[in-house]
Design a protein around this ligand. Structure first.
Ligand SMILES: [Zn+2]
Length: 470
């Protein structure tokens, strides 16, 4: 039953004239939404709009199940100057997301049922479903485990100390043993801090040329290798956040062929940008893990194409403007992602040769020869695959903003979470007009191809003609 916060108008909506795409099929048709659910879907013909229904034009667009982000920093509680659950959810809706997993590196960290409950309550009024990830250790200090069972009871499915890896292998082993009985998944930010040695960018020819301390690919790969060995030992599933190196891809490829229960994500920026972008010392390109070499970018793209990687996740990391104006080696790492993710990935993976018009010298790695994947394939990495990893595909009780039924399929009775994406629309990213409270997007001023036109969340039109409705 809808809870008291389930305040959508829940009128009827007809999404007309699009190409419908979900995990199994692609066809032309209309979608009728009523009372928060898909009421009817047509095939190769059109539906009549009921009297009073809002008609959304999807001509030239792809209509898919809503996007699901496994990895966003919404900064609340404690970092409201940079983002809130509300502003982050508005950015998410504009990016076509109908569900977001909020990372626990808040202040205080999401390391108790009380803090998790607070964030879930904030999420009740959000423009997308807000799930929370719990921390693995209290205060993300890497010393004592959080009460995972209490958090799991609230529906928390992913646990991570993201922003930091769990450095102590013995503690990570215990965490995995504990987690395996709870039906939850531990997610690792792979970074051995001794090897990373405080580096601010990728270690390689560019870090030498620029005189910026680098962190080697090995800092990521060593922790990943350790965790894969722990998964083999414990049998507990694990998810790997924002993998960025060719070596990491090779490790996950081997682990999957061995049958280990692991999943992995990559970010749009690691698909689009190389460490050459750092050449101007602009901290907007500082991110952790750092932007890597062109050959790493190509390996990450190939990892998606061959299915070694399961999902594309934003690692949306807002920072207040004054923080990102500090010198490169003092500025915090992280960049915005929610409002641009699908268009950026579409350009990198579906664009075809020369689409970007660049040669990669500015750090934007051009799309390869021939399309690496189709738009329906790409949408799988943004919607139904991450929905399953986060457990958001299951229908949930409609309390605490919990919606469930994310990731499709598009059929009568399913929850109405829809993204209408126009692959031919071109737009210029205007950092001052974004919904995020922060401005640290590396795509400011850049022309992107492919834009989210409408987003329907739980039967409510939250984005209409690329404008947020509340
Ligand atoms: Zn991280």
């Amino acid at each position: 039953m809808p809870g008291p916060e389930f305040s959508n108008k829940l009128g009827e909506i007809l999404v007309r004239g699009g190409t419908l795409v979900d995990e199994t099929v692609e066809w032309r048709g209309d979608v009728l939404v009523s009372e928060g659910r898909i009421a009817a879907v047509s095939r190769d013909d059109s539906l009549d709009a009921p009297k009073g229904a809002l008609v959304l034009d999807a001509g030239g667009c792809v209509v898919s199940p809503g996007l699901v982000d496994l990895h966003a920093h919404l900064r609340e509680p404690g970092g409201e100057i940079a983002e809130t659950v509300e502003s982050g959810s508005r950015a998410a809706a504009l990016g076509g997301y109908t569900a977001v997993v909020a990372m626990p590196n808040t202040e205080p960290a999401i390391d108790s049922a009380a803090v998790a409950r607070d964030v879930l309550t904030l999420g009740e009024k959000a423009l997308a479903e807000i799930a929370v990830a719990g921390a693995i250790t209290i205060g993300r200090r890497g010393e004592r485990l959080v009460p995972m069972a209490e958090l799991a009871e609230l529906g928390v499915r992913l646990f991570t100390d993201d922003g930091r890896g769990v450095q102590n292998g013995g503690l990570m082993r215990r965490a995995l043993e504990y987690a395996s009985g709870l039906g939850i998944v531990l997610a690792e930010h792979c970074e051995d801090i001794a090897l990373a040695a405080g580096g601010h960018m990728n270690e390689g020819p560019w870090s030498s040329r620029l005189g910026i301390a680098g962190q080697p690919a090995l800092a990521e790969e060593m922790m990943l290798a350790r965790d894969l060995a722990l998964v083999r030992l414990t049998g507990a599933p694990m998810h790997f956040l924002h993998l960025s190196t060719a070596g990491s891809l090779a490790l996950v490829r081997a682990a999957k062929s061995e049958g280990l229960p692991v999943t992995a994500e990559v970010t749009p920026h690691h698909l689009a940008l190389s460490d050459a972008a750092v050449a101007g010392y602009d901290p907007v390109y500082k991110v952790n893990p750092p932007l890597r070499s062109v050959s790493d970018v190509k390996a990450v793209r190939e990892g998606l194409r061959e299915g070694v990687i399961d999902a594309i996740a934003t690692d949306h990391a807002p920072h207040a403007p004054e923080r990102k104006e500090e010198p490169f080696d003092e500025a915090p790492a992280g960049m915005l992602g929610l409002e641009t993710a699908l268009a950026v990935a579409y350009g990198a993976l579906c664009g075809g040769p020369g689409r970007d018009g660049g040669d990669g010298a500015d750090g934007f790695v051009p799309a390869g020869d021939g399309a690496a994947m189709s738009l329906p394939e790409l949408l799988g990495f943004f919607s139904w695959r991450p929905a399953r990893i986060a457990g958001l595909d299951r229908e949930g009780p409609l309390d605490r903003g919990r919606r469930g039924g994310q990731g499709g399929p598009l059929r009568p009775g399913a929850a109405a979470h829809l993204t209408v994406f126009d692959p031919s629309a071109e737009w210029v990213v205007d950092a001052t007009r974004q919904a995020s409270r922060s401005r640290n997007t590396p795509y400011a001023g850049r022309r992107l191809k492919g834009q989210v036109r409408h987003t329907v969340f739980a039967g409510e039109v939250v984005v209409l003609d690329a404008e947020a409705q509340r």
